[in-house]
Design a protein around this ligand. Structure first.
Ligand SMILES: Nc1ncnc2c1ncn2[C@@H]1O[C@H](COP(=O)(O)OP(=O)(O)OP(=O)(O)O)[C@@H](O)[C@H]1O
Ligand SMILES: [Mg+2]
Length: 509
């Protein structure tokens, strides 16, 4: 079915983007994109990291201008969307991929942030009531007067969503809104989206997770390299077909278990003995050289807090840490790095990255020592290593002189992972390593983690995606309420259901 047919089938579109082109210097990002959004439609936008999804949304929200092409809005004709403020006044909202909250302000203030227009038009108590109402539906646990700086990633994402919803609008775009949400929070969001759809709004929804796309999108558009490959009803295509449209190739079905119990693993590389911080309680566990240790648990169960403790971010109150059998004191990330510990946090913006610096220089921020001899950095050797890693992870663009801030969200994430891979770390702590990563590159990241283990590293992976843990981990530790409750061997017979039950054992009691 063509776009023309779809729009003919369903009356007047809310928005029609036609032949949108956009380049940044020599990089052509969008090559004539058409997107028709109808009232009461949830329209999924799919594509690999760097395909141009966020760029298209930035154009819809007035954050970037197209070089060519037109945008028509129902009742308003052809418009030029000058700025986010203009977009809001035209009834367009965007929940952007990179969160833009102000940590120093409280939740309610953040929800009103930037909506001066609304502030003038609607009385403040009314706005506040509206914000509280939206939060009640979306995230009842969030306190309107809490400071955003004290919230975890998931709650920040929910506040960002609430902020866009509070501003109203006929068209709302969500750019990977669920990347840090729990299943319950995601369900709440889907309920809210269903209501918006019933109210006749047009919703654009970007996600790398096919299960979400299937759950809520009526129609999907697949973008590849800045071109529309297809627009059609979601239920008209199976997942394999859609994945191959996204990537332009057939993907191998790597769903069978890659790992088998830790027979090949070596001696304990990382040992925790009754490790206690403000968030985790008396954790004892060890991870062997050559082992991938998965951490499962609900958001807030202490998985991320445990990684932060090992990396020297959260102060250790009591207990001991051993690296390769030797007791070590880790009081800061630099202590941890000196012990050969690498850490990928869940919040990629909290990483020591400098968006204005090139990909290559961002590597330099952590991986100098490996390429220095007698105090001099061997730039040529380092550059070759970075190029090789970029190619392996298919980081786009391949030119490592490009500023990191110009990369798509998923590609920035890949650079951060690759950067650690270029160090001499022996212990890797990964918090949600494939969040925001497209379906093709996920497999590449899995392979890299497996290779690290095969080369003798100890790898700890926190993931909210159980299939990912079942695929990767040798053993899975289950955390609940700051405690490491159980550690189970991964095997062919272990199911998602069983892990899920263990995760919520305390809740069920
Ligand atoms: N300001 C900029 N300058 C130069 N290139 C840019 C700029 N913004 C985006 N690009 C390039 O545009 C391309 C598309 O990026 P975009 O962020 O739209 O991808 P995406 O589909 O949202 O990917 P992801 O799934 O990783 O979020 C990328 O190759 C990126 O490097
Ligand atoms: Mg994006």
């Amino acid at each position: 079915m063509t776009i023309a047919q779809i729009s003919r089938d369903a009356g007047e579109p809310l928005m029609a983007m036609r032949a949108i082109e956009k380049s940044y210097g020599p990089v052509v990002v969008l090559k004539g994109v058409d997107l028709i959004l109808r009232p009461g439609e949830v329209h999924g936008l799919l594509g690999e990291n760097g395909a141009g999804k966020s760029t298209l949304m930035r154009i819809v929200f007035g954050l970037a201008q197209p070089d060519r092409g037109t945008i028509e809005l129902a009742g308003k004709g052809t418009v030029r969307i000058e700025s986010p403020r203009h977009a809001l006044s035209l009834g367009i909202g965007l929940v952007s991929q990179e969160l833009s909250l102000v940590p120093q302000l409280d939740v309610a203030q953040n929800i009103f942030l930037g909506s001066t227009q609304a502030l003038h038009a609607i009385p403040r108590p009314e706005l506040k009531r509206k914000a509280a109402e939206i939060l009640a539906e979306l995230a009842p646990h969030i306190d309107c007067s809490a400071s955003v700086g004290s919230l975890g990633m998931a709650d920040r994402q929910l506040v960002e969503i609430a902020r866009t919803l509070a501003r109203g609008g006929e068209i709302i775009a969500f750019d990977e809104p669920t990347s840090s949400l729990t299943p319950t929070e995601q369900e709440n969001l889907f309920k809210v989206i269903a209501k918006l759809r019933e109210a006749g709004k047009g919703i654009i929804y970007i996600s790398h997770r096919m299960s979400e796309i299937r759950a809520i999108c009526d129609v999907i558009t697949v973008l590849r390299d800045g071109q529309v490959i297809m627009t059609d009803r979601t239920d008209a295509h199976d997942t394999d077909t859609i994945n191959s449209m996204i990537t332009g190739r057939e993907l191998s079905n790597a769903t069978s278990r890659a790992r088998h119990a830790s027979q090949s693993a070596g001696p304990d590389l990382l040992s925790l003995d009754r490790l206690t911080t403000d968030r985790v309680k008396s954790i004892s566990a060890s991870v062997k050289a050559g082992e991938i240790f998965g951490l499962a648990g609900l958001v807030g169960s202490g998985r991320s807090a445990l990684l932060r403790a090992i990396f020297g971010i959260d102060p250790i109150r009591s207990g001991h840490l051993k690296v390769a059998g030797r007791e070590v004191t880790i009081k800061s990330p630099s202590d941890a790095i000196a012990q050969g510990v690498a850490y990928l946090p869940e919040d990629r913006r909290g990483q020591a990255v400098v968006p204005m610096m090139s990909i290559e220089s961002n590597f330099g921020l952590v991986s100098l020592s490996r390429y220095s001899r007698f105090g001099f950095i061997d730039f040529a050797r380092r550059r070759a290593a970075i190029r090789k890693l970029s190619a392996e992870l298919s980081i786009k663009p391949r030119n490592i002189a490009v500023p990191l801030g110009h990369l798509s969200g998923g590609n920035q994430q890949k650079v951060i992972i690759a950067r650690w891979l270029a160090t001499n770390a022996k212990i890797y702590l990964f918090d949600e390593p494939t969040r925001g990563i497209d379906v093709g590159a996920k497999a590449e990241i899995y392979e890299l983690l497996q290779r690290l283990a095969a080369e003798g590293a100890a790898v700890v992976v926190v993931s909210s995606e159980l299939p990912e843990l079942l695929y990767l981990a040798d053993r899975i530790g289950i955390m609940e309420d700051g405690h490491l409750n159980t550690v189970i061997e991964n095997s062919e017979t272990l199911t998602e259901d069983r892990v899920m039950k263990l995760m919520t054992a305390g809740v069920a009691q």
